[in-house]
Design a protein around this ligand. Structure first.
Ligand code: NYM
Ligand code: MG
Length: 212
């Protein structure tokens, strides 16, 4: 019998919501329960394209806005063969940001509409579950200062949050909103429950295509 496929699970949210911490904890819990699971993150700064993106985010280089948007998308597409292979082998992928960050961040810039920003990512492997870690700006501020990278300021993040809210209206995507103001352990419990459910459902379904 062919092995059952892994689930594609994505965590999204504005900066400081706790995505990275929760991705790591989820992978650990899944592995401890005997399930194959691996973490990925976008941008993946290790590839050649990822290094261009990283230099841009660190303000070491300037890139034209459309260009960097397409690089973020290309950085996902270049990893699609690997993602598909792992999923087919039965490994669940826990992904820190995906196409939703791509569309939300670029469309928060003047002159960009959400629809244009979504197009380059149409047809990517469709997540079986997207959890949006919801944290209000006041709460996020309590978690400390933003870093030095591009986009890490309050006005921009407020617009990003609005763009995410637009994206969450799309019922073709399995969105779950998680209250990220709870304790790390409480958030983790919520995320684990949703994930186990998604893993069960996904194993009997073909992988979908995003926004198609
Ligand atoms: N970002 C992330 C984008 O602008 N477009 C994308 O497609 C993705 C995946 O990069 N502020 C932004 C959001 C973040 C920044 O992410 C780097 P991280 O998770 O801090 O490395
Ligand atoms: Mg960050």
């Amino acid at each position: 019998m062919a092995c059952k496929r892994g689930a594609l699970i994505v965590l999204e949210g504005v900066d400081k919501a706790g995505k990275t911490t929760q991705c790591k904890k989820l992978v650990q819990t899944l592995q401890q329960s005997g399930r194959a699971a691996e973490m990925m993150r976008f941008p993946d700064r290790t590839t050649t394209i990822g290094q261009l993106i990283s230099a841009y985010l660190e303000k070491k280089s300037d890139l034209e806005d459309h260009t960097v948007h397409l690089l973020f998308s290309a950085n996902r597409w270049e990893l699609v063969p690997l993602m598909k292979k792992k999923l087919e082998q039965g490994t669940t992928l826990v992904v820190d940001r995906y196409a939703f960050s791509g569309a939300a961040f670029t469309s928060a810039k003047p002159g960009f509409c959400l629809d244009w920003c979504m197009q380059p990512d149409v047809g990517l492997p469709k997540p079986d579950l997207v959890m949006f870690l919801q944290l209000n700006p006041a709460e996020a501020a309590l978690r400390g200062q933003f870093g030095e990278e591009r986009y890490e300021n309050r006005t921009f993040q407020r617009t990003v949050q609005q763009r995410f809210e637009e994206l969450m209206k799309d019922s073709s995507v399995n969105w779950q909103v998680i209250d990220a103001s709870q304790s790390v352990e409480e958030v983790h419990r919520n995320i684990t429950n949703h994930s186990l459910n998604a893993i069960n459902v996904a194993q009997n379904q073909p992988l979908g295509e995003l926004w198609k």
